[in-house]
Design a binder for this molecule. Structure first.
Ligand code: ATP
Ligand code: MG
Length: 293
């Protein structure tokens, strides 16, 4: 197992090793390993209930694993926080699967929550200005800062959640199903925004998604969660070269093919073609072995 207590070089802001999570008898993760590279958008995919959100919650300390090691930005998350630690939670932003906005606060006030928590010394006026800037950065009109979540469309709520996630100028951004429930145009706009923010702010993004278009559009690599582990991490062409049945079904099923066709990328299409032929050949010879991460 990797020694996570080596000096932090910055190359992998998130390192998970030997992670096991269980709820009672229900084992969710078993000896799971994952490293996220600095500056990448890492897509995380897997069937519903495979533990993507639980993995994210474990990384950000909202879920105590049964065992394993988790290091975020060089800090061992399994050890209790030291008083002298710069509060690690101020160095990431999270957009939760359900949005998780406070319904009794306006969008602007929602964005102010983390600012108040981590920088209580900031004046009310400056805090309000920062919040409004983040609202604009997330692609919402200025007046959205004064609206309550119930007054927003689904897409606007996602952007409001993103504004709050960006409140503290994070180094890491965690997005759990950011485009779920959005129409294709809204989803594509959110993808573009994520990519732009990643590039201009130098973020590392941990992006859980079911959205194949998102994977093709903005992810540098994709991690596949199955069988309680990350069974593979790589670029989409690298994943297409594997003969795992879930990976083949996911990327080469009808929806995967449609998303790929939309990309208009001959290289990717060739990779998919080859992988589909290999999958057929593997099926014919009854050889459907799992390829490890
Ligand atoms: N607090 C909890 N208590 C008990 N079981 C839980 C808890 N949180 C999650 N689980 C269970 O852990 C499993 C993984 O849940 P998780 O939410 O991580 O799935 P997911 O991969 O994110 O699914 P989806 O794609 O539907 O969002 C599920 O079976 C879920 O019921
Ligand atoms: Mg989830």
């Amino acid at each position: 197992m990797t020694d996570l207590n080596d000096d932090y070089s910055g190359e992998y802001p998130i390192c998970v090793s030997g992670l096991t999570n269980a709820f009672g008898e229900h084992l969710i993760h078993e000896d799971l390993d994952l490293k996220v590279r600095k500056g990448e958008v890492l897509g995380v995919v897997g069937g519903s209930g495979t533990g993507k959100s639980v993995l994210m919650r474990s990384i950000i300390g909202l879920q105590t694993p049964s065992s394993g090691e988790i290091e975020v930005l060089g800090r061992n998350m399994m050890e209790p926080e030291d008083e002298d630690d710069i509060d690690i939670r101020s160095r990431w932003g999270v957009l939760f699967q359900g949005g998780a906005l406070f319904s009794t606060l306006t969008v602007g006030e929602n964005v102010e929550v983390p600012l108040k928590q981590f920088y209580p010394e900031i004046s009310d006026q400056l805090r309000g200005e920062i919040a409004r800037f983040k609202v604009r950065l997330s692609g919402l009109p200025d007046e959205a800062a004064f609206k309550f979540p119930s007054e927003l469309s689904g897409g606007m709520k996602k952007r409001a959640g993103l504004a709050r996630a960006l409140a503290l100028d994070p180094e890491l951004l965690f997005l759990d199903e950011p485009t779920a429930g959005l129409d294709p145009i809204g989803a594509a706009a959110f993808d573009n925004l994520t990519r732009e923010l990643k590039e201009t702010l130098g973020l590392t993004v941990f992006l859980i998604t079911h959205d194949l278009d998102t994977l093709y559009a903005i992810c540098d690599r994709v991690a596949v969660l199955a069988d309680k582990k990350v069974i593979a991490v790589g670029t989409i062409p690298e994943l297409l070269a594997l003969d795992h049945p879930w990976i083949q079904e996911y990327f080469n099923g009808p929806r995967g093919r449609a998303a790929l066709a939309g990309k208009n990328d001959p290289q990717l299409e060739a990779a998919a073609e080859v992988s589909a032929e290999c999958a057929v050949a593997a099926g014919e010879s009854d050889n459907s072995s799992t390829t490890g991460a």
